[in-house]
Design a protein around this ligand. Structure first.
Ligand SMILES: [Zn+2]
Length: 133
């Protein structure tokens, strides 16, 4: 369900708002799903109970601000829109599965790493990045 929304919504936006070049727009926006590559830093890589927003480095608020900014750069607009849609869908998914719009405990910077407090001690998850510092 969640994955299919990540495909359907960008394709729909492409057809509705970029009618003349909907195929190229769809492909570019679908490619922004690659932002989920940051999940490989988390353990486990996929956890349906975990909220991506604010947890994974590329789903951090600093980057989300950058994605919004990209929407206003003509050459990067489709990438920006794709990423903003992705974050919005992830956030809606958090609301549907966990009743929150974003991860409850977030760090100031994505580099410091995030511990998901809501996961509880048995399922405390931390990114690999802090260990590299
Ligand atoms: Zn995501």
């Amino acid at each position: 369900m969640h994955l299919s929304l990540h495909i359907i919504v960008p394709a729909l936006v492409a057809v509705l708002f970029f009618r003349k070049r909907w195929l190229k727009a769809s492909i570019i926006m679908l490619a922004t799903m690659l932002v989920d590559v940051d999940h490989i830093l988390a353990d486990p890589i996929y956890d349906p109970q975990r909220c991506s927003i604010g947890f994974h480095p590329l789903h951090h608020f600093g980057f989300i601000g950058l994605y919004f900014a990209l929407c206003f750069v003509p050459k990067a607009r489709l990438v920006g829109i794709g990423l903003v849609l992705h974050m919005a869908l992830d956030s809606i998914d958090c609301q549907a599965t966990n009743g929150v719009w974003m991860s409850s405990r977030v760090s100031v910077t994505p580099i410091v790493g995030v511990i998901d407090e809501r996961a509880g001690p048995a399922r405390k998850q931390m990114l690999i990045w802090p260990k590299l510092q």
